[in-house]
Design a protein around this ligand. Structure first.
Ligand SMILES: Cc1cc2nc3c(=O)[nH]c(=O)nc-3n(C[C@H](O)[C@H](O)[C@H](O)COP(=O)(O)OP(=O)(O)OC[C@H]3O[C@@H](n4cnc5c(N)ncnc54)[C@H](O)[C@@H]3O)c2cc1C
Length: 386
């Protein structure tokens, strides 16, 4: 019979990072199980790849303070490329309430040790990016170490390095059940047969609630469609630009390839597994784009190259991390609410710490992210969601 020290369900960037961190900490016999024929077919391969420390809650800021330097050192440390590009994130405020909000966030970020964020006056934004329409911009915030990674490459790097250190990856293998005995988790049922284990990590992304159901756990993680529109090559706006967030409507974009990748989170979107790209979305996004960057009126777009993927939403838009007390041996790494790529390094380290030692120092209080918070009514509130 097959046995494993730890079984990780899901081979996206989160499962891959957990596997790598466990191997790095000396854990033996780690098995990652992925139902698709190749990794990255879940949310990871659909991501925009943005990484930022400009959050509003301490725990999200701390997750980024670990993850972004990790990405900066990734290529050297793991011997595989993560494609980190520190081009920054610029939040452009058009209301006094936005400025107050950025100011409060900035205070918290700097108190926690972020040294590369700063508040900008309207004139600074204008001289930084003269092609933005800035008549209504009142100011903003910019963090130079925020930027982008290549999610697919980082996921593959984590997994390739974990395998080099002895981890196993089963692809094209569906986990169909989790078995328990008097001590807690006793194994997983898969399309390749039973695997005996005392420790299971749910890293199943937008499908995490289905996996939790195998042991009767009601996990509040819901899928929600997000759409991205890439442009064709366009040379009239600088490729050195940061991720730019227009706070008047939430439209954001960044350089990608020789063009730009554009996003807007439609507040009308409802939960569900629909990943069809809606052609009308192109027009909506291009209207926001031309409004903020007048020369984007001529931005060439091929709608056939646009795509949709799933965010994995939790009720308070924060990750759900750590053990489930009612099911000994079950650990969660779920509910990233659209931040799973940028927080994958911290998540891998936190889960590895909790599995191997029962504690972690990556964030000041990891308990705020545990599953019990929903029963206890201790929800967090992150407003800096993109
Ligand atoms: C359009 C879009 C833009 C985004 N932009 C950003 C961004 O800029 N920055 C950022 O940080 N994040 C972003 N995200 C979110 C990010 O992509 C996710 O948070 C992250 O990829 C989650 O990784 P994961 O490994 O948990 O999930 P996934 O990559 O979805 O991996 C989960 C895996 O589990 C497998 N699985 C599920 N059930 C089973 C089972 N029963 N048996 C075996 N395998 C199973 C699935 O096949 C899947 O491969 C974006 C997402 C989308 C859709």
């Amino acid at each position: 019979m097959q046995t494993a020290g730890v079984v990780i369900i899901g081979g996206g960037i989160v499962g891959s990072s957990i596997a790598w961190h466990l191997m790095e900490a000396g854990c033996k016999n780690v098995l990652v199980i992925e139902r698709e024929i190749s990794q990255g077919k879940g949310s990871t391969g659909k991501s925009m790849g943005g990484v930022r420390a400009q959050f509003s809650t301490s725990v999200n800021i701390q997750m980024s303070l670990f993850s972004i330097p990790f990405y900066a050192a990734f290529d050297e440390r793991l011997g595989h490329p993560a494609g980190y590009r520190p081009q920054g994130y610029l939040f452009a405020a058009t209301k006094q309430s936005h400025l107050d909000y950025l100011h409060a966030n900035f205070e918290r970020q700097t108190t926690l040790g972020l040294k590369t964020a700063r508040l900008l006056a309207a004139g600074e934004i204008k001289s930084m990016l003269p092609l933005l329409r800035s008549d209504d911009i009142l100011g903003g915030s910019f963090c130079s170490t925020d930027g982008f990674v290549d999610p697919y490459s980082a996921m593959n790097g984590f997994m390739a390095s974990a395998i080099e250190h002895g981890a196993m990856l089963w692809k094209k293998t569906d986990v169909t059940g989790i078995s328990q005995d008097a001590k807690g988790i006793s194994g997983v049922e898969t399309s390749r047969g039973h695997v005996a284990t005392r420790t299971v990590v749910n890293a199943a992304g937008a499908w995490a609630a289905q996996v939790a159901k195998f042991v009767g756990v009601d996990l509040p993680v819901e899928p929600m469609r997000r759409m991205l529109v890439p442009s064709e090559p366009f040379e009239d706006f600088p490729q050195s630009a940061p991720m730019i967030i227009d706070m008047s409507n939430g439209f954001h974009f960044r350089p990608e390839g020789r063009g730009f990748l554009m996003a807007w989170n439609d507040p009308e979107e409802t939960t569900g597994y629909n990943t069809d790209f809606e052609p009308a979305f192109v027009e909506k996004v291009l209207t926001f784009a031309a409004d903020r960057v007048p020369i984007f009126e001529n931005l060439p777009v091929n709608p056939k190259k646009a795509w949709a993927g799933l965010y994995e939403m939790s009720p308070d838009h924060h990750a759900i991390l750590g053990p489930v007390r009612a099911v000994p041996g079950l650990f969660l790494a779920n509910g990233f609410s659209g931040h799973g790529v940028m927080h994958a390094p911290a998540t891998g380290k936190i889960l590895s710490d909790l599995i191997l030692t029962g504690k972690t120092e990556i964030v000041a209080d990891v308990e705020v992210l545990n599953f019990d918070r929903f029963d206890q009514g201790n929800l967090l509130h992150e407003t800096a969601i993109l």
